[in-house]
Design a protein around this ligand. Structure first.
Ligand code: AMP
Length: 221
């Protein structure tokens, strides 16, 4: 079970804003666990579970899966995180104010005090260009950007284009993002720091790096 003194770092940003890349970087540099509802949902789809079948079309079309279902998956899986370190990155959750309220209430509000939010702010047209160039590992779900000149993931899985990364789907996801996630940013206004999307991934990483050090999270040795 997550300890009360573990920092939960929530990455918020439109699809393609660089959340995945930043999360990978932080995971490598810091003593930190990684938790992604997108990966959990895609795994359910791949395994063909009841949940997987019920969310498949939504995930493929870039819509948002219903809050109650995502919250249930989070409740089930967040217990299993055993951070040896002091922090957990939540990538892609919460995405709505309702999900944020749910997270704040888990375990009688145990996690609420530990939440820090990093928002990556990027222009929509920039997002479309970025997403057209990204691939994910078919096996573990890791995301790879245009700079990665490989076709096989470090886990041995093949890199493929995600179905939900087609342009029309991305535009739907951006619409959904604006509708659902902007109230979330408002909700977190007292715990949020922002990183401008005009920066390169390396610059994003440097800025985030400083925040994590300020929050007392230790680097890997
Ligand atoms: P991601 O890998 O975070 O981009 O998530 C892939 C897809 O999974 C999204 O486009 C949504 O359909 C679904 N999804 C992931 N996380 C959430 C969430 N917190 N709330 C609703 N849907 C989600």
């Amino acid at each position: 079970m997550i300890h009360r003194n573990v920092t939960l770092i929530i990455l918020v940003g439109a699809p393609g804003s660089g959340k995945g890349t930043l999360a990978q970087y932080l995971k490598e540099k810091f003593d930190i666990c990684y938790f992604s509802t997108g990966v959990l949902l895609r795994n359910e789809v791949k395994k063909g579970t009841d949940i997987g079948r019920s969310v498949e079309r939504i995930v493929e079309s870039g819509g948002l899966v219903e809050d109650s279902l995502v919250n249930e998956i989070v409740r089930k899986n967040i217990k299993d995180i055993e951070p040896e370190g002091k922090a957990v990155i939540l990538d892609g959750y919460p995405r709505t104010k309702e999900q944020a309220q749910f997270l704040d209430e888990i375990d009688n509000g145990a996690l609420k005090q530990t939440i820090k939010v990093i928002e990556l702010v990027v222009d929509n047209e920039e997002v479309i260009v970025r997403i057209s160039k990204r691939r994910v590992c078919a096996k573990c779900g890791n995301t790879y950007g245009p700079m990665d000149k490989i076709d096989i993931c470090s886990c041995g899985g093949k890199l493929i284009k995600r179905k939900d990364d087609e342009e029309l789907t991305v535009r739907n996801r951006l619409d959904e993002y604006e509708k659902a996630t902007l109230p979330l940013i408002d909700y977190y206004s007292d715990r949020i720091v922002k990183i401008s999307g005009k920066r390169t991934p390396e610059e994003n990483a440097r800025v985030a790096d400083n925040y994590l050090c300020d929050w007392g999270i230790e680097r890997r040795r």
